[in-house]
Design a protein around this ligand. Sequence first.
Ligand SMILES: O=C(O)c1ccccc1N[C@@H]1O[C@H](COP(=O)(O)O)[C@@H](O)[C@H]1O
Length: 241
Amino acid sequence: MPKLELLPAVDVRDGQAVRLVHGESGSETSYGSPLEAALAWQSSGAEWLHLVDLDAAFGTGDNRALIAEVAGAMDIKVELSGGIRDDASLEAALATGCRRVNLGTAALETPEWVAKVIAEHGDKIAVGLDVRGTTLRGRGWTRDGGDLYETLARLDSEGCARYVVTDIAKDGTLQGPNLALLRDVCAATDKPVVASGGVSSLADLRAISLLVPEGVEGAIVGKALYAKAFTLEEALKAVAG
Ligand SMILES: O=C(O)c1ccccc1N[C@@H]1O[C@H](COP(=O)(O)O)[C@@H](O)[C@H]1O
């Protein structure tokens, strides 16, 4: 059985690595230099980095130069998110050398553009399905953007390669992942799913690992690593199988 991929997260707001609670602007805890955080996850054995420009996601500016610096310094694969909503922002994101990008708001607001870039870029494009219940949220998770399963069916029909599923109610809370949601999404699509939100313990990672046969490919880990609930080395060992 393939092992669960782990994607330690570096979310950048105002030039700092931060963690939010429920993705709410203003709930930030700061963890210093994004580059230092990313290099630390790389030296601890990460194969992926989940890198987010939160200012771009919230529409409060961007950290584009810093994000490019961090992505460019990585020898590992980078998944880049936040504010990728048109040709210019997509071009800038792909020019960082990242392995793939996550589109959030664009998948809700400009579906024709998203279908076009999926057709052009294949598995370099993933869609972030950020949900409260089964309602998608965009624009920094401040606006409703339609039904999860209707959107998933549309994106599947357009050939979307992968989904990053975040339960906003769990994100940044250390309350455990929403395993039922992950199972439901895996049942609704044949495409791989990356789990995001709520991981608090090695037991949570083992529980997500049990969903690999159902279609979960990876898990994003944020707050738990910064809060030192476990080390990345311990996490990688826990999912090694
Ligand atoms: O990761 C977060 O904590 C987060 C919080 C609030 C908004 C977005 C967040 N992250 C990721 O950003 C992209 C969405 O950005 P956009 O809508 O495409 O501009 C998505 O991957 C979110 O998971």
